[in-house]
Design a protein around this ligand. Structure first.
Ligand code: FAD
Length: 417
């Protein structure tokens, strides 16, 4: 029997139900544990004991053989700076040496650093520290397929319907998934989704016939995909001589920048609604950053003419472009990759947009008691300083500082009775 099973069965036999289980230990799940360590460090009095107990009894289940998730598998540069990446790692925690070591590396202070490098220098070492911190309480290589919630208990089940763990509360950090749009079904043989495209190490699996590269959407991911075709030797020879067309549903492309930069580059914005009151940036949370931003500006100025932005009202108007394309890349966002969830025996269709991380049922609109979630595909608009510009209606999955802002809010709810 695995140490994890011994632990959960012993607790069950003693009728002790741990406070919380965390499902998924990608970036968001790791940020959750880091935020909990920070809470233990910063709190005083009875709250400190509550946070410490939460950390000591936290059960984590991860589908992969190791923690860390997908972020460092994207073959693009990080859109976050070194200070954003380390912002959650406080002094006198198990992570402070790693943070200091990271900040000593000259390459992390370059304007651009590849995500696989961030993974090697930061995400993987964080995952290692957390793996030893959680010890037997972390079960790797085990996918939760189903979650049952009742008034006082959350249960997770594995692939053979075996009970994995019981807890009073549960946090889902299962990342995102992309589903092929049904409008693209006729072209599915030549369609690739954002994630696989950004993870690809070479172009061998791409369709080799003549034709354009058609990118559906004009999000950060869409520009990242175009950037790879233009700049990454692994894909640029595939793109050579092909038109790269980006279908743009929203006519306004937003850039994260200062008001002066926006004026200088004739990027329209509303001085009240689109400027973050905390740091004064235009589209702090909704705008393109780094490579994606630079690429958009080059396209706008006409200095990069290999990519063409085409307005698109609906995909049904774009049939000729879909037919002509050698390759279609669907970049239309991620949905939460949640296991099946039932509340008191009734299957829940989970509504994901929330302000403090609680999940609710779409049909009834009611919160599912004791069930929380955040990370890629779960659309949380964080409270407080990280709220960004007033017009922001985005989600919590864009950058690392998001989970860092959301996790502490969720943790505070977990220690409530
Ligand atoms: C194209 C792109 C570029 C990005 N670039 C940046 C960037 O430069 N900087 C930045 O800060 N952020 C960036 N982000 C955001 C970043 O991806 C997210 O912050 C983060 O990777 C999402 O982490 P996650 O934990 O939600 O998901 P994931 O990293 O996918 O982790 C989910 C984890 O849950 C596990 N899991 C899933 N289902 C189950 C289950 N049923 N049972 C058990 N385990 C399960 C998985 O195995 C995985 O380990 C980018 C996002 C995208 C899409």
């Amino acid at each position: 029997m695995l140490p994890f099973q011994v632990l959960t069965e012993t607790l069950s036999a003693m009728n002790i139900i741990p406070r919380c289980q965390l499902i998924g230990t990608g970036t968001a799940g790791l940020c959750f544990v880091i935020a909990l360590v920070n809470k233990v460090k910063q709190a005083q009095g009875p709250d400190k004991i509550k946070y410490q107990t939460l950390l000591d009894t936290l059960i984590a289940i991860e589908g992969n053989r190791q923690s860390g998730g997908v972020l460092d598998s994207y073959q693009i540069n990080a859109n976050t700076d070194a200070d954003e990446i380390v912002s959650c790692l406080l002094d006198e925690t198990p992570f402070s040496d790693l943070r200091d070591h990271y900040l000593q590396q000259p390459e992390v202070h370059q304007p651009l650093i590849p995500l696989p490098k961030v993974g090697k220098l930061m995400l993987q070492p964080i995952a290692n520290i957390i793996t030893s911190l959680l010890g037997d309480n972390l079960l790797l290589n085990t996918k939760v397929t189903r979650v049952e919630i009742s008034k006082n208990e959350c249960k997770s089940f594995g692939s053979n319907n075996q009970l994995l763990a019981r807890s009073q509360k549960m946090v889902l950090c299962c990342g995102g998934r992309e589903d092929l749009l049904k409008e693209l079904l006729p072209w599915r043989q030549k369609t690739v989704l954002t994630g696989p495209l950004l993870q690809m190490k070479n172009a061998r699996s791409l369709p080799y016939q003549q034709g354009s590269i058609l990118i559906i959407g004009s999000s950060h991911s869409s520009f990242s995909v175009a950037w790879r075709f233009l700049n990454d030797p692994a894909l640029s020879s595939y793109a050579k001589g092909r038109d790269i067309i980006m279908l743009q549903r929203n006519p306004l492309v937003k850039l994260r920048c200062t008001p002066a930069f926006a004026h200088q580059n004739q990027m329209p914005f509303d001085a009240i609604d689109d400027v973050c009151p905390v740091n004064g940036l235009v589209y702090r949370n909704a705008g393109l950053r780094k490579d994606a931003k630079a690429l958009y500006l080059e396209i706008k100025k006409g200095t990069e003419n290999r990519v063409r932005l085409e307005p698109m009202a609906s995909l049904s108007n774009a049939e000729h472009l879909l037919d002509d394309a050698a390759l279609i890349v669907q970049c239309t966002g991620f949905r939460a990759n949640l296991p099946e969830i039932s509340l008191n025996g009734i299957t829940q269709k989970v509504r994901r947009r929330s302000s403090v991380g609680e999940l609710s049922d779409i049909k009834t609109g009611k919160e599912i008691p004791n069930l929380f979630g955040f990370g890629l595909g779960i659309q949380i608009i964080p409270e407080g300083d990280y709220r960004g510009e007033k017009s922001f209606t985005g989600s919590s999955d864009g950058v690392l500082p998001y989970p860092n802002a959301v996790a502490p809010v969720i943790i505070d709810q977990l220690i409530q009775d």
